[in-house]
Design a protein around this ligand. Structure first.
Ligand code: F6P
Length: 338
Protein backbone atom coordinates (compact mmCIF):
# COMPACT_ATOMS: atom_id res chain seq x y z
CA UNK A 1 0.00 0.00 0.00
CA UNK A 2 1.01 3.61 -0.34
CA UNK A 3 0.32 5.51 2.87
CA UNK A 4 0.29 9.31 3.27
CA UNK A 5 1.05 10.99 6.61
CA UNK A 6 0.56 14.55 7.82
CA UNK A 7 0.85 16.48 11.08
CA UNK A 8 -1.62 19.34 11.65
CA UNK A 9 -2.29 21.99 14.30
CA UNK A 10 0.18 23.16 16.93
CA UNK A 11 3.43 21.19 17.08
CA UNK A 12 4.22 19.25 20.24
CA UNK A 13 6.87 16.82 21.46
CA UNK A 14 6.04 13.33 20.24
CA UNK A 15 5.10 14.08 16.63
CA UNK A 16 8.42 12.78 15.30
CA UNK A 17 8.28 9.53 17.33
CA UNK A 18 4.72 9.03 15.97
CA UNK A 19 5.91 9.47 12.36
CA UNK A 20 8.75 7.06 13.12
CA UNK A 21 6.32 4.51 14.61
CA UNK A 22 4.24 4.70 11.43
CA UNK A 23 7.20 4.18 9.10
CA UNK A 24 8.71 1.33 11.15
CA UNK A 25 5.39 -0.54 11.28
CA UNK A 26 4.67 0.12 7.59
CA UNK A 27 7.95 -1.64 6.71
CA UNK A 28 6.53 -4.84 8.28
CA UNK A 29 3.68 -4.75 5.75
CA UNK A 30 5.87 -3.74 2.80
CA UNK A 31 4.09 -0.36 2.57
CA UNK A 32 5.54 2.79 1.08
CA UNK A 33 5.07 5.94 3.21
CA UNK A 34 5.15 9.53 2.02
CA UNK A 35 4.64 12.65 4.09
CA UNK A 36 2.53 15.68 3.20
CA UNK A 37 4.13 18.87 4.48
CA UNK A 38 2.49 21.59 6.61
CA UNK A 39 -0.62 19.69 7.65
CA UNK A 40 -3.63 19.86 5.35
CA UNK A 41 -1.84 22.53 3.32
CA UNK A 42 0.54 19.87 1.97
CA UNK A 43 -2.38 17.88 0.63
CA UNK A 44 -3.96 20.96 -0.90
CA UNK A 45 -0.72 21.99 -2.59
CA UNK A 46 0.73 18.55 -3.26
CA UNK A 47 3.85 19.16 -1.15
CA UNK A 48 5.35 15.78 -0.32
CA UNK A 49 8.34 14.35 1.54
CA UNK A 50 9.90 10.91 1.24
CA UNK A 51 9.67 8.93 4.48
CA UNK A 52 12.02 5.96 4.44
CA UNK A 53 13.67 4.15 7.36
CA UNK A 54 16.69 6.37 6.93
CA UNK A 55 14.59 9.53 7.09
CA UNK A 56 13.00 8.66 10.43
CA UNK A 57 15.50 6.40 12.15
CA UNK A 58 17.10 9.14 14.23
CA UNK A 59 14.15 11.40 15.06
CA UNK A 60 12.91 9.64 18.21
CA UNK A 61 14.31 12.37 20.48
CA UNK A 62 13.53 15.40 18.31
CA UNK A 63 10.81 17.88 19.24
CA UNK A 64 8.57 19.53 16.62
CA UNK A 65 7.70 17.73 13.40
CA UNK A 66 9.92 16.95 10.43
CA UNK A 67 6.77 17.18 8.28
CA UNK A 68 6.11 20.80 9.33
CA UNK A 69 2.63 21.84 10.39
CA UNK A 70 -0.05 24.48 9.89
CA UNK A 71 -3.52 25.34 11.10
CA UNK A 72 -4.97 25.14 7.57
CA UNK A 73 -8.61 24.12 7.41
CA UNK A 74 -9.25 22.74 3.89
CA UNK A 75 -12.98 23.22 4.37
CA UNK A 76 -12.32 26.99 4.59
CA UNK A 77 -10.33 27.02 1.34
CA UNK A 78 -11.82 27.30 -2.14
CA UNK A 79 -12.29 23.83 -3.65
CA UNK A 80 -10.38 22.53 -0.59
CA UNK A 81 -11.92 19.03 -0.28
CA UNK A 82 -11.89 18.56 -4.08
CA UNK A 83 -8.19 19.49 -4.27
CA UNK A 84 -7.42 17.02 -1.50
CA UNK A 85 -9.24 14.23 -3.33
CA UNK A 86 -7.40 15.11 -6.54
CA UNK A 87 -4.01 15.00 -4.83
CA UNK A 88 -4.73 11.73 -3.04
CA UNK A 89 -5.47 10.30 -6.48
CA UNK A 90 -2.47 12.01 -8.11
CA UNK A 91 -0.03 10.55 -5.55
CA UNK A 92 -1.82 7.14 -5.59
CA UNK A 93 -2.46 7.25 -1.84
CA UNK A 94 -4.35 4.18 -0.61
CA UNK A 95 -4.74 5.42 2.94
CA UNK A 96 -3.94 8.51 4.96
CA UNK A 97 -2.77 8.96 8.56
CA UNK A 98 -3.68 12.35 10.05
CA UNK A 99 -1.78 13.17 13.24
CA UNK A 100 -3.41 15.99 15.15
CA UNK A 101 -5.82 17.29 17.73
CA UNK A 102 -9.50 18.10 17.57
CA UNK A 103 -9.25 20.38 14.51
CA UNK A 104 -7.06 18.11 12.35
CA UNK A 105 -9.03 15.01 13.29
CA UNK A 106 -12.30 16.87 12.70
CA UNK A 107 -11.16 17.46 9.11
CA UNK A 108 -10.13 13.77 8.88
CA UNK A 109 -13.64 12.77 9.96
CA UNK A 110 -15.26 14.99 7.33
CA UNK A 111 -12.95 13.58 4.65
CA UNK A 112 -13.70 10.02 5.75
CA UNK A 113 -17.38 10.80 5.20
CA UNK A 114 -16.42 11.76 1.64
CA UNK A 115 -14.91 8.29 1.19
CA UNK A 116 -11.25 8.97 2.02
CA UNK A 117 -9.48 6.04 3.70
CA UNK A 118 -8.18 7.94 6.68
CA UNK A 119 -7.16 7.02 10.24
CA UNK A 120 -6.20 9.41 13.03
CA UNK A 121 -3.40 9.59 15.58
CA UNK A 122 -4.25 11.91 18.50
CA UNK A 123 -1.78 14.52 19.75
CA UNK A 124 -2.07 17.71 21.73
CA UNK A 125 -0.18 19.29 24.58
CA UNK A 126 -3.56 20.51 25.86
CA UNK A 127 -4.66 16.90 26.63
CA UNK A 128 -8.21 18.02 25.83
CA UNK A 129 -9.11 15.40 23.22
CA UNK A 130 -11.99 13.12 24.17
CA UNK A 131 -11.51 9.39 23.81
CA UNK A 132 -7.83 9.12 24.79
CA UNK A 133 -6.78 9.10 28.44
CA UNK A 134 -3.67 11.08 27.54
CA UNK A 135 -2.36 12.63 24.34
CA UNK A 136 1.34 12.86 23.64
CA UNK A 137 2.89 16.30 24.03
CA UNK A 138 1.12 16.86 27.33
CA UNK A 139 3.63 15.06 29.55
CA UNK A 140 6.65 16.87 28.12
CA UNK A 141 5.04 20.30 28.13
CA UNK A 142 3.92 19.93 31.76
CA UNK A 143 7.45 18.84 32.68
CA UNK A 144 8.76 22.06 31.09
CA UNK A 145 6.16 24.17 32.91
CA UNK A 146 6.97 22.54 36.27
CA UNK A 147 10.63 23.33 35.66
CA UNK A 148 9.68 26.96 34.96
CA UNK A 149 7.66 27.12 38.19
CA UNK A 150 10.58 25.68 40.15
CA UNK A 151 12.80 28.45 38.80
CA UNK A 152 10.20 31.10 39.59
CA UNK A 153 10.06 29.81 43.17
CA UNK A 154 13.72 30.78 43.67
CA UNK A 155 13.04 34.35 42.55
CA UNK A 156 9.77 34.61 44.45
CA UNK A 157 11.52 33.48 47.66
CA UNK A 158 14.57 35.69 47.17
CA UNK A 159 12.53 38.83 46.52
CA UNK A 160 9.65 37.94 48.85
CA UNK A 161 7.16 38.25 46.03
CA UNK A 162 4.15 36.58 44.54
CA UNK A 163 4.79 35.26 41.02
CA UNK A 164 2.13 34.20 38.54
CA UNK A 165 2.97 31.66 35.81
CA UNK A 166 0.68 31.67 32.78
CA UNK A 167 0.58 28.36 30.91
CA UNK A 168 -1.05 27.24 27.67
CA UNK A 169 -3.86 24.71 27.37
CA UNK A 170 -6.62 26.53 25.54
CA UNK A 171 -10.15 26.15 27.03
CA UNK A 172 -9.16 23.11 29.10
CA UNK A 173 -7.23 23.45 32.34
CA UNK A 174 -5.21 20.21 32.28
CA UNK A 175 -1.85 21.89 31.77
CA UNK A 176 -2.44 24.40 34.59
CA UNK A 177 -3.85 21.73 36.89
CA UNK A 178 -0.91 19.34 36.45
CA UNK A 179 1.67 22.13 36.54
CA UNK A 180 0.14 23.63 39.65
CA UNK A 181 -0.19 20.41 41.63
CA UNK A 182 3.10 18.83 40.48
CA UNK A 183 4.96 22.12 40.92
CA UNK A 184 3.48 22.90 44.35
CA UNK A 185 1.68 26.15 43.45
CA UNK A 186 -0.29 28.01 46.12
CA UNK A 187 -3.22 28.83 43.82
CA UNK A 188 -4.31 27.41 40.47
CA UNK A 189 -6.74 29.03 38.05
CA UNK A 190 -8.36 26.81 35.41
CA UNK A 191 -11.08 27.70 32.88
CA UNK A 192 -13.47 25.10 34.31
CA UNK A 193 -13.56 26.72 37.78
CA UNK A 194 -15.37 29.88 38.91
CA UNK A 195 -12.85 32.56 39.71
CA UNK A 196 -13.17 34.25 43.06
CA UNK A 197 -10.50 36.96 43.13
CA UNK A 198 -11.25 37.93 46.74
CA UNK A 199 -10.88 34.36 47.99
CA UNK A 200 -7.67 33.93 45.97
CA UNK A 201 -6.10 37.14 47.31
CA UNK A 202 -7.13 36.40 50.91
CA UNK A 203 -5.53 32.99 50.57
CA UNK A 204 -2.34 34.34 48.97
CA UNK A 205 -1.99 36.93 51.76
CA UNK A 206 -2.20 34.15 54.33
CA UNK A 207 0.41 32.11 52.42
CA UNK A 208 2.64 35.13 52.18
CA UNK A 209 2.44 35.76 55.94
CA UNK A 210 3.48 32.14 56.52
CA UNK A 211 6.37 31.79 54.06
CA UNK A 212 6.98 35.22 52.52
CA UNK A 213 6.34 34.22 48.92
CA UNK A 214 3.60 32.55 46.88
CA UNK A 215 3.19 31.00 43.44
CA UNK A 216 0.12 31.05 41.21
CA UNK A 217 -0.45 29.05 38.02
CA UNK A 218 -3.04 30.39 35.61
CA UNK A 219 -4.36 28.82 32.44
CA UNK A 220 -4.42 31.10 29.39
CA UNK A 221 -8.06 30.14 28.81
CA UNK A 222 -9.68 31.29 32.08
CA UNK A 223 -12.88 33.30 31.84
CA UNK A 224 -12.29 36.97 32.45
CA UNK A 225 -14.93 39.34 33.74
CA UNK A 226 -14.34 41.66 30.78
CA UNK A 227 -15.57 41.65 27.19
CA UNK A 228 -12.96 40.55 24.70
CA UNK A 229 -12.49 40.40 20.98
CA UNK A 230 -9.43 38.68 19.61
CA UNK A 231 -7.83 37.39 16.44
CA UNK A 232 -9.17 33.95 15.42
CA UNK A 233 -7.62 31.16 13.34
CA UNK A 234 -9.24 29.13 10.50
CA UNK A 235 -10.84 26.82 13.05
CA UNK A 236 -12.37 29.75 14.95
CA UNK A 237 -10.01 29.66 17.95
CA UNK A 238 -9.01 32.93 19.59
CA UNK A 239 -5.25 33.40 20.00
CA UNK A 240 -5.29 33.18 23.80
CA UNK A 241 -1.69 34.20 24.44
CA UNK A 242 -2.55 37.73 23.37
CA UNK A 243 -5.03 38.10 26.25
CA UNK A 244 -2.15 38.38 28.72
CA UNK A 245 -4.09 36.78 31.59
CA UNK A 246 -0.89 36.31 33.63
CA UNK A 247 -0.23 40.06 33.71
CA UNK A 248 -3.85 40.78 34.44
CA UNK A 249 -3.99 38.37 37.39
CA UNK A 250 -0.68 39.71 38.75
CA UNK A 251 -2.09 43.28 38.65
CA UNK A 252 -5.23 42.20 40.50
CA UNK A 253 -3.19 40.38 43.16
CA UNK A 254 -0.83 43.34 43.65
CA UNK A 255 -3.75 45.73 43.96
CA UNK A 256 -5.80 43.62 46.36
CA UNK A 257 -2.92 42.38 48.57
CA UNK A 258 -0.41 45.21 48.36
CA UNK A 259 2.31 42.56 47.86
CA UNK A 260 4.91 42.94 45.12
CA UNK A 261 3.76 40.61 42.31
CA UNK A 262 5.24 39.62 38.95
CA UNK A 263 4.10 37.39 36.14
CA UNK A 264 5.72 35.21 33.47
CA UNK A 265 4.13 33.51 30.48
CA UNK A 266 5.82 30.34 29.34
CA UNK A 267 4.18 30.42 25.89
CA UNK A 268 5.66 28.35 23.10
CA UNK A 269 8.71 27.33 25.18
CA UNK A 270 6.30 24.71 26.52
CA UNK A 271 5.84 23.14 23.09
CA UNK A 272 9.47 22.56 22.13
CA UNK A 273 12.31 20.31 23.18
CA UNK A 274 12.89 16.57 23.28
CA UNK A 275 9.83 14.45 24.08
CA UNK A 276 9.74 12.71 27.48
CA UNK A 277 10.03 8.92 27.59
CA UNK A 278 6.27 8.73 28.26
CA UNK A 279 5.50 10.81 25.14
CA UNK A 280 8.00 8.88 23.00
CA UNK A 281 6.44 5.57 23.98
CA UNK A 282 2.84 6.75 23.61
CA UNK A 283 3.48 8.38 20.23
CA UNK A 284 5.39 5.36 18.91
CA UNK A 285 2.60 2.98 19.96
CA UNK A 286 -0.18 5.18 18.55
CA UNK A 287 1.69 5.62 15.26
CA UNK A 288 2.38 1.91 14.80
CA UNK A 289 -1.25 1.13 15.62
CA UNK A 290 -2.43 3.46 12.84
CA UNK A 291 -0.74 1.21 10.26
CA UNK A 292 -2.38 -1.90 11.75
CA UNK A 293 -5.71 -0.06 11.57
CA UNK A 294 -5.20 0.65 7.87
CA UNK A 295 -4.58 -3.03 7.17
CA UNK A 296 -7.65 -3.96 9.19
CA UNK A 297 -9.62 -1.32 7.25
CA UNK A 298 -10.58 0.55 10.41
CA UNK A 299 -11.06 3.82 8.55
CA UNK A 300 -12.73 6.84 10.14
CA UNK A 301 -11.19 5.84 13.48
CA UNK A 302 -8.18 6.85 15.56
CA UNK A 303 -5.79 5.02 17.84
CA UNK A 304 -6.15 6.01 21.50
CA UNK A 305 -4.83 5.27 24.99
CA UNK A 306 -7.23 3.60 27.41
CA UNK A 307 -5.54 2.63 30.66
CA UNK A 308 -2.31 1.19 29.32
CA UNK A 309 -3.87 -0.30 26.19
CA UNK A 310 -3.84 1.16 22.70
CA UNK A 311 -7.38 0.85 21.39
CA UNK A 312 -9.28 2.22 18.39
CA UNK A 313 -12.26 4.55 18.59
CA UNK A 314 -14.42 6.27 15.95
CA UNK A 315 -13.24 9.81 15.11
CA UNK A 316 -16.83 10.86 15.67
CA UNK A 317 -16.47 10.06 19.39
CA UNK A 318 -13.18 11.90 19.77
CA UNK A 319 -13.86 15.14 17.92
CA UNK A 320 -16.26 17.99 18.55
CA UNK A 321 -16.33 17.63 22.33
CA UNK A 322 -13.49 18.94 24.44
CA UNK A 323 -12.32 16.86 27.41
CA UNK A 324 -12.60 19.37 30.25
CA UNK A 325 -11.19 19.12 33.77
CA UNK A 326 -13.92 17.43 35.82
CA UNK A 327 -15.46 18.59 39.12
CA UNK A 328 -13.66 15.70 40.86
CA UNK A 329 -10.31 16.98 39.64
CA UNK A 330 -11.14 20.50 40.79
CA UNK A 331 -12.04 19.18 44.24
CA UNK A 332 -8.75 17.25 44.31
CA UNK A 333 -6.88 20.39 43.28
CA UNK A 334 -8.43 22.35 46.18
CA UNK A 335 -6.82 19.96 48.70
CA UNK A 336 -3.48 21.51 47.76
CA UNK A 337 -4.51 25.17 47.94
CA UNK A 338 -3.72 25.55 51.65
O1 F6P B 1 -3.33 23.69 21.06
C1 F6P B 1 -2.00 23.83 21.47
C2 F6P B 1 -1.69 25.26 21.82
O2 F6P B 1 -0.35 25.33 22.26
C3 F6P B 1 -2.62 25.91 22.83
O3 F6P B 1 -2.32 25.55 24.15
C4 F6P B 1 -2.42 27.38 22.50
O4 F6P B 1 -3.51 28.16 22.90
C5 F6P B 1 -2.27 27.36 21.01
O5 F6P B 1 -1.80 26.07 20.66
C6 F6P B 1 -1.32 28.40 20.47
O6 F6P B 1 -1.37 28.35 19.09
P1 F6P B 1 -0.29 29.00 18.11
O7 F6P B 1 0.95 28.16 18.17
O8 F6P B 1 -0.95 28.94 16.78
O9 F6P B 1 -0.03 30.38 18.61
Amino acid sequence: MKVGVLTGGGDCPGLNPAIRGIVFRAIDYGDEVIGFEEGWNGLLEGKTMKLSLNDVDQIIGQGGTILFTSRTNPFKVERGPERILENLHKFSIDALVAIGGDDTLGVALRLSKLGVHVVGVPKTMDNDLSGSDFTFGFDTSVEVAVDALTRLRDTAKSHKRIIVLEVMGREAGWVALYTGIAGGADWILVPEDNIDFDAMCKHLKKDFERKEYALVVVSEGINLPVEEQGEVDQFGHTLLRKRGVGDLIADIIAEKTGISTRSAAIGHIQRGGPPSVFDRMLATRLGAKAIDMIHEEEFGKMSALKGNEIITIPLEEATGQIKYVSKEWIEFMRIFLK
